[in-house]
Design a protein around this ligand. Structure first.
Ligand SMILES: NC(=O)C1=CN([C@@H]2O[C@H](COP(=O)(O)OP(=O)(O)OC[C@H]3O[C@@H](n4cnc5c(N)ncnc54)[C@H](O)[C@@H]3O)[C@@H](O)[C@H]2O)C=CC1
Ligand SMILES: CC(=O)[C@](C)(O)C(=O)O
Ligand SMILES: [Mg+2]
Ligand SMILES: [Mg+2]
Length: 331
């Protein structure tokens, strides 16, 4: 069993008073900058240009700086730019301007593990990877909790990299539920596997295909939406709180029997083989190469698929139902 660090086993002292630059103010960047500031740390937001992120950061009370300037006297650089953007910003604005020996901190191991960024031998390099989306990192923190995270050390020049990773993890609230130590390799490969096979990819396709099956056989789309998309949250909440066995005990015996038998038939050996293939493509770098090419070609596949989802029947139906559902659900 892996070691789980809690709040008492971490101390903010290792980063207190240091100049921390949060690079990027998107999903994770905003949550980290606000949480670290609320934890009493010295945070500067660094951005490449005066766009929406800049305006939002100012609205939140920060005085953003251009990255090439912000990194000059920074002690800790936190990379919260999109994975595919980090290398170009590193080469253009950070590499030549950063203070020698400044820490390089990541929320996902992609750029280090696939060697897109080669950090100088003088820097501590470590990671705090929240296991949840940025808005939850902020929301849970504000409610007194936090999203759990993985931490890892890639380079430990000072001898204190792990302590500093724990300190930042504490600053964003992650040690409240607990933090597990891992490696950049394990975090990168499991995170990519999770988002592709289940969290983002698998679950969406299960929803889309089960919704389409019902609608194509003449059932009302609103009924299909409730059944194949909306109710997922309640089932997942049960799993989150009570585990798979608790969920099975909370549904009817009919659902237990049907779910157990038909579920295994839908997600069968063939699906499992394709999961293993997806993992192999992550491990051997094929997925990373494909993604870099997609990014360099202007992300055509991402854009066209987002467009398709935006214009799908389930989204049109969902928009109307969600307005009603959210009004009627507990706050
Ligand atoms: N989205 C999430 O909730 C999670 C993200 N992560 C990791 O956190 C890191 C940041 O991801 P997100 O917060 O999703 O990023 P994001 O896409 O929300 O944030 C992007 C920020 O970078 C800036 N930016 C975008 N393109 C740029 C460019 N070409 N040049 C300069 N700046 C640019 C944007 O203005 C924005 O401030 C990644 O390493 C990701 O894997 C880890 C866990 C969960
Ligand atoms: C939210 C999260 O943890 C993901 C799915 O891995 C990501 O956004 O990269
Ligand atoms: Mg993740
Ligand atoms: Mg991810």
């Amino acid at each position: 069993m892996g070691k789980i660090y809690n709040d008492e086993e971490s101390s903010l002292d290792f980063v207190k008073g240091k100049k921390i630059v949060v690079l990027g103010y998107g999903n994770q960047g905003r949550a980290w900058a606000l949480n670290l500031r609320d934890s009493g740390l010295n945070v500067i937001v660094g951005l490449e240009r005066k766009g929406n992120s800049w305006i939002l950061a100012e609205k939140d009370g920060f005085e953003p700086k251009y990255i090439n300037d912000a990194v000059k006297d920074a002690d800790i650089l936190i990379f919260l730019l999109p994975d595919m953007v980090q290398r170009e910003v590193w080469e253009k604005s950070i590499m030549k301007n950063m203070k020698e020996g400044a820490d390089m901190v990541f929320a996902h191991g992609f750029n280090i593990h696939y060697k897109l960024i080669l950090p100088p031998k003088t820097s501590d390099v470590y990671m705090i990877a929240p296991k949840g989306p940025g808005n939850k990192v902020r929301e849970y923190f504000e409610k007194g909790g936090g999203v759990p995270a993985l931490i890892a050390v890639h380079q430990d020049i000072s001898g204190n990299a792990l302590n500093k990773a724990l300190a930042i993890a504490k600053g964003i609230g992650a040690t409240r539920p607990g933090v597990i130590e891992t490696t950049f390799k394990e975090e990168t490969e499991t995170d990519l596997f999770g988002e592709q096979v289940i969290l983002v990819g698998g679950i969406s396709e299960l929803m889309k295909n089960s919704f389409a099956t019902l609608v194509s056989k003449g059932y009302q789309p609103e009924v299909a939406y409730f059944e194949t998309i909306n109710e997922m949250k309640m089932i997942v909440d049960l799993i989150y709180e009570k585990g798979l066995s608790g969920m099975l005990r909370a549904v009817s015996d009919t659902a237990k029997y049907g779910g157990i038998t038909v579920g295994k038939d839908i997600i069968d050996e063939e699906v499992r083989k394709r999961m293993e293939k997806a993992l192999t493509r992550i491990q051997n770098g094929e997925f990373a190469n494909e993604w870099i090419e997609e990014y360099q070609r202007g992300m055509k596949t991402v854009k066209s698929n987002l467009n398709e989802v935006d214009n799908s029947l389930e989204e049109k139906i969902g928009k109307r139902l969600r307005d009603l559902i959210l009004k009627g659900s507990p706050k």
